[in-house]
Design a protein around this ligand. Sequence first.
Ligand code: FAD
Length: 529
Amino acid sequence: MADAFDVVVVGGGHNALVSAAYLQSAGLSVVVLERCATLGGDAATEELTLPGFRHDVAASAHTVFQQNPLVREDELGLLSYGLRYQRPDPVFVLPFEDGQSIVMHRDAERTAQEIGRYDAADGAAYLRLLSDWRALAPLQGAERGRPPMDPEEFARHWRSGPLGDEGLRIRMASGIEIIRERFSHPRVRAFMAWASTLTFEAIDEAGTGLLPFALTAGRQQHSWTTPEGGSGALIDALAALIASRGGRIETNADVTRILLENGRAVGVETRDGRRLLARRAVVSGQHITEIPGSLPEGSVDEESMQYVRRWRAGLTMFVAHYALEKAPSYRILGGETSAVAMGRLSSETSLLRQLGAFRVGETTQRDPFLLAINSSLVDPQRAPEGRHTLKLISIQPYDLAQGPLHWDSVKESVAQAMLDAYLPFTTNLSRGDVLAAALESPLDLERRNKNNFRGSGHGGASDFGQYGYYRPAPRWNAYRTPVPALYLTGSTTHPGGSVSGYPGRNAALAVLQDLGIPLADVIARARAQ
Ligand SMILES: Cc1cc2nc3c(=O)[nH]c(=O)nc-3n(C[C@H](O)[C@H](O)[C@H](O)COP(=O)(O)OP(=O)(O)OC[C@H]3O[C@@H](n4cnc5c(N)ncnc54)[C@H](O)[C@@H]3O)c2cc1C
């Protein structure tokens, strides 16, 4: 006989686990099915290079996650399941080739002084940006913590704050417009452009105007929020919470079919032919493009299918993981410093050139945008004593002009170029300090996790761009899908990629609403446990 649950959750990424955590805490019986041997998807932590070196396979910073009521209000008691964060100072450093630098300190005034060394007006503008964010942040939180709004409601929402019409204009502007309006000095613009690209969205596209505010202010407030033990510690905490409340989690459980009865989702079938039935709902963390293939032919109407076909990946990344002999130290103005995060971007125009190259399928090997993360600096358990982990990320296209498979030919040379562009900014590292490497091109990212569709690591979009009004489209809107009782969560739902947990929480809220279970009851029940 098939196993039966109230809710079957497909996928064990952090968003699916967040959905499962809310639904299990509501007293429903939940099973989570993950196709890989390890839970976590892009929030897993694994020994990718050498024994004892624990690398975050993708996400490292949980800064965006700090805004989610799951953490901010600890709605479900997750923080008592061993999840602890380091909030390092400095937050990050951005050294330049000529020995100049800008450092983000935890103290915003100190960061403004760093910026003011280049241009006093830009230093003041930085503090003004942070104070404007205080007016915009509640609007953004409200937008992200609920289903996407229709265009009229969206416009009303963004006009309703203390900045009035300017709030809506900022929301719809591009990040680069905002940076150029507010800052003059090329170095300061580079600093702002680098920080605004940390969620790997193209900041020259309309609808990215909040990123210069949100990504700098978020890091000023929460620092480079680093989970102790790696991103996998969040996954472990979620799994422990679900299990302690009676939920079941299975790995090596690849869901190949979503079962329907009279057009309604009633369960799933796994690759090995097992059937697991869902009395109330199926919540899927699959990529939106994978859903139609899991359903009987013709279950999705043509309008909804068109939306799926139009789905395009966001910016894609090349990731190089290294096991290092020692921690990097960075050359900064007047000295050197270690830092959990380091950036490399010579100017905002260089970023625009790289986005242009990306769009025509060219790699960037000269003067690349780089993000370097040395998590073991603040979390020594990530590496054997005295040794360190490093992750280097650059923006590179999945769709090379020669086709994605060409990545297997150029991967090594792109990685070499990235390391060559990085090492001169350190005072103490050479190639001899690299003990081992694990390289992942955008194609490899997709091979490891099909949810990194066409190399994307932060979701993607259809129709209206990353922050469009319709994510997902009409008929896929608001976590409910064209199929009754089938819900969608994960980075292809509003508000998209990152370890934010919002798609997970929002999808759970949609299920709870349809079942008539108030969130307040779930929170009260979780707190009583
Ligand atoms: C290199 C890189 C660096 C990043 N850095 C950061 C960062 O520092 N901070 C940040 O906030 N974000 C970062 N991101 C983005 C972030 O990691 C992702 O947006 C987020 O982890 C996605 O979570 P998810 O739960 O939606 O999906 P995923 O993590 O992709 O999980 C989906 C899971 O579902 C499983 N699955 C799918 N289909 C099935 C099926 N049919 N049956 C069973 N299981 C299935 C998959 O195997 C996978 O485990 C980064 C991304 C990348 C690629």
